[in-house]
Design a protein around this ligand. Structure first.
Ligand code: PLP
Ligand code: COI
Length: 355
């Protein structure tokens, strides 16, 4: 499928920030990709100068949150080439989210081609500095103008790009989480596994509470028993207990993280034993206190691999490994980030060259 390209004028182009000024998701590039869906089919895909959308105040997405998105990154390699990380995995997850949210799916090849063409056009926006990337945000919104609660008959699928620094200001140093004990993120049968905006807004209350206590992220427990650890606000979680790695299973309420799946494959390849099993917060705390759990880390596209140095649960805080980065966390980080930035050969065939 051909993508129409409308070039920006010099006046429409923005000043590019220095890599050293980059934070997460505040600046957007000169172009976006867009394609509309109506009469049960997708229209002409286009790359056009970045622009605001004009939406009728009664547009469905604004009222009932029929929306899905993805999060991906483009990495610059030492030879200057640009690579995506497993983009077909994001295409598959996007379509799973679309099905859950009663939205149309997108052809997977078009999903990847649209990103490739957009990133190619915006190649100068891909940062060169260590750890800096171009974040990619494919998004679909329901655009029918109607207040009745029903699946929209019109959609807009678009992709925007943002040059980014680390998700946490502190970068690869241990962060701290606040365990939500009164509120939940996702219940069985709900939308926890879908990447939909409506999973995030209900978490803001706990996030504010966490922030006020000095914790940048919330760690969620299962909705039924408030017992088992699920995931953090924007990342999956892994624990090292007696030298083996544990991560909560994909039970329908947590996001099927692509970094999670990749770290599992990587860890196995490196000879670590990895278990996908439920772990209760009280067991975890016991194991932190007796020293058998001496590393915890979070994994996700925006956050990469982020070590976790402190957990706050029901009024008490617990330090993990004296808030130092653990050996296994460091090993997995070096390998994953090494592959993503082209410093280590990609033995898994994960990287997809933009050309
Ligand atoms: N969990 C949640 C709630 C997320 O928003 C994300 C980010 O995408 C993840 C986990 C990690 O998923 P991935 O590794 O695919 O980015
Ligand atoms: C990502 O890691 O890409 C995410 O989507 C997390 C986001 C909610 C910041």
């Amino acid at each position: 499928m051909d993508i129409e390209i409308q070039l920006a004028t010099e006046e429409q182009k923005k000043q590019k920030p220095a890599d050293s000024e980059l934070v997460f998701g505040k600046i957007f590039t000169d172009y976006l990709f867009e394609v509309k869906y109506e009469n049960e089919r997708w229209g002409t895909p286009k790359i056009v100068p970045y622009h605001p959308f004009i939406l009728d105040p009664a547009t469905t997405v604004l009222h009932y949150a029929q929306e899905i998105f993805e999060g991906m990154k483009a990495f610059r390699h030492p030879d200057g080439s640009i690579h995506l990380f497993r983009p077909y995995k994001n295409a598959e997850r996007f379509n799973r989210s679309a099905e859950r949210m009663s939205m149309p799916t997108v052809n997977k090849d078009l999903f990847v081609k649209a990103i490739t063409e957009l990133v190619k056009l915006e190649n100068e926006w891909v940062p060169n500095s260590p750890g800096m990337t171009l974040y990619i945000r494919p998004t679909m919104i329901a655009t029918e103008v109607a207040l009745g609660v029903h699946p929209s008959d019109k959609y807009l699928y678009y992709i925007i790009l943002s040059p980014v620094g680390p998700y946490f200001k502190t970068g690869f140093t241990p962060t701290k989480v606040y365990v939500a004990s009164t509120h939940i993120r996702a219940a069985p049968g709900g939308t926890g596994e879908a990447k939909t905006g409506g999973n995030y807004s209900p978490t803001l209350w706990s996030q504010q509470k966490a922030k006020a206590l000095g914790y940048p992220q919330v760690l969620w427990l299962d909705a039924v028993e408030r017992k088992y650890v699920e995931e953090a606000g924007a990342m999956n979680i892994m624990f090292v207990i007696d030298g083996e790695i544990y991560t909560p299973p994909l039970d329908g309420t947590i996001l099927r993280g692509i970094t999670r799946a990749s770290v599992i494959e990587l860890a196995e390849d490196l000879g670590y034993v990895i278990h996908e099993e439920p772990i209760s917060i009280t067991d975890l705390i016991d194991k932190i206190l007796d020293g058998s759990c001496n590393e915890i880390f979070c994994v996700g596209t925006a956050a990469s691999i982020t070590p976790l140095g402190e957990i706050f649960y029901k009024g008490e805080s617990y330090l993990v490994n004296d808030c130092e980065v653990g050996k296994i966390t460091q090993h997995l980080y070096d390998e994953l980030v090494g592959i993503q930035f082209g410093k280590i050969p990609d033995r898994f065939n994960w990287m997809y060259k933009v050309q």
